[in-house]
Design a protein around this ligand. Sequence first.
Ligand SMILES: Nc1ncnc2c1ncn2[C@@H]1O[C@H](COP(=O)(O)OP(=O)(O)OP(=O)(O)O)[C@@H](O)[C@H]1O
Ligand SMILES: [Mg+2]
Length: 365
Amino acid sequence: MSLNEENVLDALRNVIDPDLGKDLVSLNMIEDIKINGKNVTFTVNLTTPACPLKAEIERACINAVKHLVDEEAVVTPNMSSKVTQSRTPGQGDQNLLKDVKNIIAVASGKGGVGKSTVSVNLAVALAKTGAKVGLVDTDIYGPSIPTMFDIHERPNINTQRKLIPLEKFGVKLLSMGFLVKQDEAVVWRGPMVSSAVKQFLSETEWGELDYLILDLPPGTGDIQLTIVQSVPLSGAIIVSTPQTVALDDARKGVAMFGKVNVPVLGIVENMAYFTPPDLPDRKYYIFGKHGAKNLSEKMGVPFLGEIPIEEQLREGGDSGNPIVTEHPEAPSSLAFSELANRTAQQISIRNATQDPTEKVEILYR
Ligand SMILES: Nc1ncnc2c1ncn2[C@@H]1O[C@H](COP(=O)(O)OP(=O)(O)OP(=O)(O)O)[C@@H](O)[C@H]1O
Ligand SMILES: [Mg+2]
C-alpha cells in the first residue's frame, strides 16, 4: 500500500485505546501527519500526560503503520496530551473555575488517615508528568499544606484583586491556613466554610489547570457536604487505612458522594503495610490486610492503589519535602506515581463516556 496520509490515518483506525474502547482516529487523537520519503511522523494526543498506556499505544501505532501500510516506513509518533474536561452535570456552581479542566476532591471518613499526605504527593506526582496542577487545602480548622510544602507566606493579590496562588514543586497552591487565623476559624460553621472555600476558589488567578486537587477536612458531615455541593467536581478519591473503623467511615464517604451524584474515582489504601528497611522482602500488615481493597471491590468502586507506611514519608510531610520529589525511588513514591496514573486514567475514562454533545460543548467553549 502506498505511504500517504490517508493510508496512515486508516492504519491508525486499528489502534484502540484500551481504556476508552475506541480507536485513536474516532477519538480525535491523531494530528499533523507528515510523510517525508519513508519517514512518517504524527502527533498522538492522549487524554492525560500521566497515561499508563503511553508506551503500549506508541508501539501499537508504529506496528499499525508498518504492518498495514509500508514495512519499511520509519514511524516516529510524537506522544503528546490534551487533558479532557469534566464536570458532573448539575453538580456545584458550573460557572466556577472554567479554565480548570478537572476538580478532584480527596476525602476520608475518619481523620488522620493520610488525606493531606495523599493530596500533596498526588498533586506533585501529576505535575511531574507534565500536567498543570493546583492544590487547595480546604481544611480551615487544621490546615496541613503550609507545613507539608513548608510555605508560610501570604499570597499576593493581582491588579484585578485576585489572589495569586503560591507555587512549589510545579504545583500552584493555596491553603485556607494562609488566610484565616486559626483562633477565628474555630467558630465557623458549615455554610460559612463552604462560601469561603467557593470565594477562595473563584477569586484566585489559577490560569489554565488540568487538575485541581481539593484536600477536604476529615469526615462526612455538614461542612464536607456543603463544600462538595458548591464546587463543580469531576470526582472524588476516598482515602482509608485498612482498619475496620476507618473502613466504616470510608463507606460513609462513598455514600456521601453518591448522595450528591459525584462519581467516586476510587479508594486508596494508605498505611497498607510496613516493610522494615533491614527486611526488604517482608510486609507487616499493621492495620489489617487489604481492608480498603476489599471494600472497593464490595462497593464496585475502582481501587487506586496502596501506600506503605514509611518513616521517610512522614518526615517529608513534616519538613515540607514531599517524598515524590525527595526520594522518587522510595516504594511509597512509586505507589504515588501509580496513584496519579490511575486517577488520571479514571478521569479520562469518565470524560470519554460522558454524553458526547455535552463534551463537545465543553471542549470547544
Ligand atoms: N503512609 C504513611 N506512612 C507514614 N506516615 C504517614 C503515612 N500517611 C500519613 N502519614 C502521617 O500521618 C499523619 C497524618 O497524615 P495526614 O495529615 O496526611 O492525614 P489527614 O487525613 O490529612 O489528617 P486530617 O484528618 O487531620 O486532615 C502525618 O503526620 C503524616 O505524615
Ligand atoms: Mg488533612
